[in-house]
Design a protein. Structure first.
Length: 425
């Protein structure tokens, strides 16, 4: 395919007319497809249907003798913490098992930091305004929404293919108002990259001006592989301890996309000081989590091998959907030099970078054709992508045929938007 910049005005006009005709045909189909959120599909949720019969009416006693139906065990059952210790990279005593939302844990950690401060700090963050958190981009819109909702200033940090641009992180962290950084270290949302060893170690050794700087390590996709490959991710807790900053990281994950999205478990892992701090605050808002659900997960997943086998079943369902996106994008866009996209080895998203200045137009065109996409700008703080370029594609929830149709439509809209921008410019 030629580059658009090499086409004559007549050839460009002819291509635009052809693509417009295809687009009008697409609109006439009356599609109604949703590619906005990274949700598990119903057949993925069905994989955990057996859990609904667990733990059973008579078998509700945990290994330590706790009656899981009762109050207590704010930190979570020992066997649940042991089950997920390999996933979190922490010993069971440094893990907290909560209810279904890791986003809720992140919310609470920020609230507690704002109101009470964190170990090693100089009191509540809210009394040290302005405060800032670094935000790798493209990134997770709900991280940004938490910061914006609490009035926390955000500084975008470019992703590099090996994690955030560490030169930029080191430069910004020299400001004592910078209190932390959001990280999705494995199969990042939405770019799909895994942080390199060097990136993790530089984060651990970072010379942050704020003594209470925190790495908010949202390892949401730790077990969500799309291939046989298993990335090597340095253990952030161990790396920070070795670098002399044991209290720096707070690790989050959940089973939201492992078992039942609305009825899973959320987890936090951190230093002993951070865990003690978190439990002291959380103990004022709860007398304990849903321990029956913790038993349910332990008895369903059993061990690390059980988690791996269960995730292989997920991979068999969603792998073809990611392949369908790749095939559709390649068929329509390869060679035109109007877009590039990620080919993730895991996680839940494909990043599509379109021609600068056209992401909003692609979303509009797709929407008018019946395909809902995440708004342009959602991958950046405050919803502002300075290049109007990056889109997050979420292929897991629709059925495979619908994913294929939607991906083909998005590719058409991407090329049409690029051609029309070129013709107008």
């Amino acid at each position: 395919m030629p580059s658009l910049s090499t086409l004559s005005p007549d050839a460009l006009a002819e291509l635009r007319s052809k693509l417009r005709g295809e687009y009008e045909t697409l609109k006439a189909q009356g599609l109604k497809l949703d590619m906005t959120r990274g949700k598990p599909a119903s057949d993925q949720l069905d994989l955990a249907a057996e859990m609904l019969a667990l733990p059973g009416n008579r078998d509700t006693t945990a290994e330590d003798g706790t009656d899981a139906r009762n109050y207590g065990n704010l930190q979570g059952l020992p066997e649940a913490r042991a089950l997920f210790a390999p996933v979190l990279g922490a010993p069971p005593e440094q893990i907290v098992i909560a209810n279904n939302s890791s986003l809720a844990l992140m919310h609470d950690v920020l609230v507690y930091a704002l109101l009470k401060g964190v170990p090693g700090g100089d009191g509540p963050w809210s009394k040290q305004e302005p405060i800032t958190i670094l935000c790798p981009v493209p990134g997770y819109d709900r991280h940004f929404a938490l910061c914006e909702g609490f009035g926390i200033r955000m500084i975008p940090i470019p992703m590099t293919g090996e994690g955030p641009d560490m030169a930029a992180v080191e430069r910004e962290a020299a400001d004592p108002s910078v209190k932390g950084i959001w990280c999705v270290p494995q199969y990042s949302n939405p770019s799909g990259e895994t942080y390199s060893d060097e990136t993790v170690r530089r984060l651990a050794a970072l010379k942050a001006a704020a003594p209470d700087f925190r790495i908010l390590w949202d390892n949401a996709y730790a077990v969500h592989h799309l291939t046989e490959a298993r990335p090597s991710l340095v253990d952030i807790l161990e790396a920070c301890t070795q670098a002399g900053h044991p209290d720096r990281p707070i690790v989050f994950t959940s089973t939201s996309k492992v078992t039942l999205a609305g009825a899973g478990l959320a987890m936090l892992a951190a230093s002993s000081a951070n865990v003690k701090w978190y439990l002291a605050q959380a103990g004022r808002r709860s007398i304990g989590p849903d321990k029956l659900n913790q038993l349910r997960h332990v008895r369903f997943l059993r061990d690390a091998a059980g988690i791996a086998a269960h995730m292989d079943r997920h991979r068999a369902l969603i792998g073809p959907k990611f392949a369908a996106v790749e095939e559709a994008f390649a068929a329509r866009l390869d060679g035109w030099d109007v877009a590039r996209w990620s080919r993730p080895l895991g996680g839940y998203f494909v990043t599509l970078d379109v021609t600068d200045g056209t992401a909003s137009q692609v979303v509009r065109l797709a929407g008018e054709a019946g395909i809902a996409l995440t708004p342009a700008g959602a991958t950046h703080p405050y919803g502002r992508d300075p290049h109007d370029r990056t889109l997050r594609i979420a292929p897991t929830f629709p059925k495979l045929d619908a994913v294929r149709t939607a991906a083909e439509a998005v590719a058409l809209c991407t090329l049409l938007a690029a051609v029309e921008a070129r013709a107008a410019g």
